[in-house]
Design a protein around this ligand. Structure first.
Ligand code: GLU
Ligand code: MG
Length: 453
């Protein structure tokens, strides 16, 4: 029998039927980390779990497959199953792509799984928390966009209670949905951009967190749409406002006991980080420019990674290649209490599988080579002059996607993490994205140059 749809339903299938689920989404991602899938009736659960659902890789953005090639098959992870909080007839699975009977090397989830298994070989399990920042906006009749709340402009809307309450109907639905999924939301607020929000919730094993972040972007959009808006994960929708980070909070645990191996009671450097944690930080610092290309992967990402730009205040976004204590002016911050490192370069547009795979492999290299990141920077790094920074040996993060891609291409870690096919495909795709942007003649330059001479 090539179909087991008539076989005894599995426990999970029975549970889904009892919950009223009728359809399944064995979902995988394209290069951007956007979920894609066919929809499968619940009666085909068994076949689907065995990899029956095929797709042409060439139909997905940035996937190294030609139209003539063998299809890729979706292999759902049963542990990732969740009923959509906004539509109880449908359940979603994060899935790995396979090709010709084996894991497809260019699948983002497989790329992360390879890094996770390298960590397991060394005796570590990576934990990841993502601070989800995003804007919820609405389309305006003139073709533009605006916040849902029509209150007057505020110079500093961070933590503004009135604007948070204006958005309560959809944000409380989103938080309830996250908690229904067991994500343990512990706070949410209006952020420093107008119409910008942050929702903070538990950390997870890195693979589960990457699945959750992919799902979160979709879910936030669905719930915002019910309120007549849309969620945007474009890192910098307003040039004169703060952008949206997706800060990665990273630690390594003992896979057996779950003990946090980055925690330290007696850290002579005062950050509450273990020697292992410092080695990891040093590995991430070594590869930061290449990592930047992956965790801040769009043209727009680099309009976020600035000190001030056209803003009145600071952006809170990282600019310099350095680490420090509980001090947001460093790209890597060790938050108060220690036991983790926060990579602030990561933004809301990243593919979380690829981004966390790069971070993990860089950190493991730091551990293997016992690298030392030096002492943490405690000062306001935003206020340092170029001369002071040069004296400290601190460079900047890439200033554009172009610079970041050059760093990615030059760093051997990139190909090691991505595998040769996805490395080339990702780089080609992103270089084209950059070229298309660079060759575009936009409003800013027309306004400036058209009648200048
Ligand atoms: N929105 C800032 C960023 O772009 C971060 C603000 C914060 O520290 O929460 O990274
Ligand atoms: Mg924030």
């Amino acid at each position: 029998m090539n179909s087991n749809e008539h076989a005894t339903p599995s426990v999970q299938q029975q549970e889904l039927a009892a919950a009223g689920v009728e359809y399944l989404l064995p979902s995988y991602v394209d290069l951007h980390g956007i979920p894609k899938s066919k929809m499968v009736p619940l009666s085909h659960y068994g076949r689907m779990m065995g990899g029956s659902e095929l797709c042409t890789g060439a139909a997905l953005e940035g996937i190294p497959q030609d139209v003539s090639e063998e299809e890729v098959a979706s292999h759902p992870d049963p542990d990732s199953c969740r009923v959509l909080p906004w539509n109880s007839k449908v359940a979603w699975f994060a899935s790995d792509l396979w090709c010709r009977g084996e894991p497809f090397s260019a699948c983002s989830r497989n790329i992360l799984k390879r890094a996770v298994s390298r960590a397991a070989d060394m005796g570590y399990a990576m934990k990841l928390g993502v601070e989800a920042e995003f804007f919820v906006l609405q389309d305006t009749p003139d073709g533009g966009y605006a916040p849902l709340s029509a209150r007057h402009h505020l110079e500093k809307p961070a933590y503004d209670v009135a604007r948070l309450m204006d958005n309560f109907p959809w944000i409380s639905n989103l938080v309830a949905a996250m908690n229904k999924l067991g994500w343990g939301v512990y706070s949410f607020d209006h952020e420093d951009g107008i119409g910008q929000f942050e929702i903070d919730f538990n950390y997870f094993d890195v693979l589960a967190m990457a699945d959750n972040y992919v799902f979160f972007r979709w879910m936030a959009n669905e719930i915002a749409r019910q309120a007549g808006g849309f969620a945007t994960f474009m890192p910098k929708p307003y040039g004169d406002r703060a952008g949206s980070g997706a800060h990665f909070n990273v630690s390594l645990a003992d896979p057996e006991t779950g003990r946090n191996l980055f925690a330290a009671d007696n850290d002579p450097r005062g950050c509450g980080l273990s020697p292992l944690g410092y080695h990891f930080v040093a590995g991430v610092l070594r590869h930061l420019p290449a990592i930047c290309a992956v965790v801040a992967p769009t043209v727009n990402s680099y309009k976020r990674l600035i000190l001030r730009g056209s803003m009145s205040g600071f952006t809170w976004a990282p600019v310099f290649r350095c680490y420090g204590n509980n001090n947001r002016t460093n790209t890597i911050r060790i938050p108060l209490g220690g036991g983790r490192m926060e990579l602030r370069a990561a933004d809301s547009s990243c593919n979380p599988y690829l981004g966390s795979a790069m971070v993990l492999m860089a950190g493991l290299e730091g551990i293997a080579e016992k690298l030392d990141p030096g002492d943490p920077h405690l000062d306001n790094m935003y206020l340092k002059s170029p001369e002071e920074l040069a004296a400290l040996g601190i460079g900047t993060l890439p200033r554009s996607l172009d610079e970041a891609l050059t760093a990615f291409a030059a760093d051997p870690l990139s190909k090691e993490v991505f595998g040769p096919e996805m490395y080339q495909s990702w780089l080609d795709y992103k270089m084209q994205e950059w070229t298309s942007y660079a060759n575009h003649v936009g409003d800013w330059e027309k306004k400036r140059y058209l009648k200048m001479f």
